[in-house]
Write a protein that binds this ligand. Structure first.
Ligand code: UDP
Ligand code: MG
Length: 314
């Protein structure tokens, strides 16, 4: 039985040695074959050098080095495409996803009842309150308007059976939102809560705006509801305008009003203009995504690797 660990790394030269030591300690205690697939996502620091050194010392280490930074989603995809294991897991290189959970996760999968074991943080302590607030709102909204079942506080850290990995690899969409993809494909998932841990070294690549864009992307990738909102706005405004016309005609018939109400007219024009632009923007988002998908560009380009039979472009 082979276990593949996929580890996306972007500027992780400081965390990698610590991570490698910890994960190797855990895997040695587990009595199963394993491979460590490190995906160097176009790092600007010495990550690749560290990986090469590890690969020289340890035959379990396979590195896939991207030709530039393609993002964590692409890195995970590259890992899954090249994972040979009967089981595969994704984990961060900063030890925020504790390798010590792996034996328990594997035991649950081998029990046969579940197809994947996913992790979620038990609470949101240690996170800025604003971020927690928006995160909670995001999960409420996306679960209401899409059929991707996304768990609040879910991390990407999960262990899956081969069947599930194959399905994920077969989902070749370019706009990838893994949390949604995992939920969308279904299968039996066991949720394992654990205390959040701070990263061991280096710093996070996320700030509030990046997270915000990620959230908007997630919604647009997994729901058509925003498009419906645009139509509803249109219907509502049309009805409203019709009532206004009736009102004005009646008023004119009764009072034969002279020209008045310049302000209200301008307000209404601006209001409607705003809503039109807003709706156009929503549509633009979907068209942009369609455009990107239609190009069928590869998800990643691997420029360097020490593995055999690695798919370099996909
Ligand atoms: N990562 C990556 N490509 C990127 C950004 C991040 O491969 O463009 C990796 C990073 O090296 C880490 C994981 O994704 O292993 C999670 O990143 P980070 O720790 O910055 O996110 P956080 O844990 O703060 O959500
Ligand atoms: Mg992290």
């Amino acid at each position: 039985m082979l276990l593949s660990l996929v580890i996306p790394c972007y500027n992780e030269e400081e965390s990698l040695p610590v991570f490698y030591r910890e994960v190797t300690r855990v895997m040695r205690g587990m009595d199963c074959e394993y491979e460590l697939l490190f995906v160097n996502d176009g790092s600007r620091d010495g990550t690749l050098a560290v990986l090469k050194e590890l690969a020289e010392r340890d035959g379990h280490v396979v590195y896939l080095s991207f030709s530039r930074n393609f993002g964590k989603e692409a890195a995970m995809y590259a890992g899954f495409c090249n994972a040979r294991g009967d089981y595969a897991a994704v984990m961060d290189a900063d030890l925020q996803d504790p390798p010590s959970l792996l034996p328990e996760m594997l035991a649950i999968l081998q029990g046969g009842e579940y197809d994947s074991v996913a992790t979620r943080r038990a609470d949101r302590s240690g996170e800025p309150p604003v971020r927690s607030y928006f995160a909670k709102k995001f999960y409420r909204i996306i679960n209401r308007i899409s059929d991707a079942d996304i768990v609040d506080g879910a991390r990407d850290f999960r262990l899956m059976k081969r069947e599930m990995v194959d399905v994920i690899v077969s989902m070749g969409e370019n706009n990838r939102f893994s949390k949604g993809i995992f939920g969308w494909i279904g299968f039996q998932t066991y949720w394992m809560p654990y205390e959040n841990v701070e990263r061991v070294a280096g710093e996070t690549k996320w700030n509030f705006w990046k997270l915000f864009h990620y959230a908007v992307d997630g919604i647009i990738n997994f729901s058509q509801t925003p498009l419906c909102i645009a139509s509803w706005f249109g219907i509502f405004m049309t009805c409203f305008a019709f009532l206004m016309m009736v009102f004005i005609v009646v008023r004119w018939l009764i009072f034969s009003d002279p020209v008045a109400g310049w302000t209200s007219t301008v307000c209404i024009i601006i209001f409607i203009g705003g809503i039109q632009l807003f709706c156009l923007g929503i549509m633009g988002q979907y068209i942009a995504k369609t455009y990107m998908e239609a190009k069928h560009r590869p998800h990643f380009i691997i420029s360097e690797t020490n593995g055999d039979g690695i798919k370099k472009v996909r």
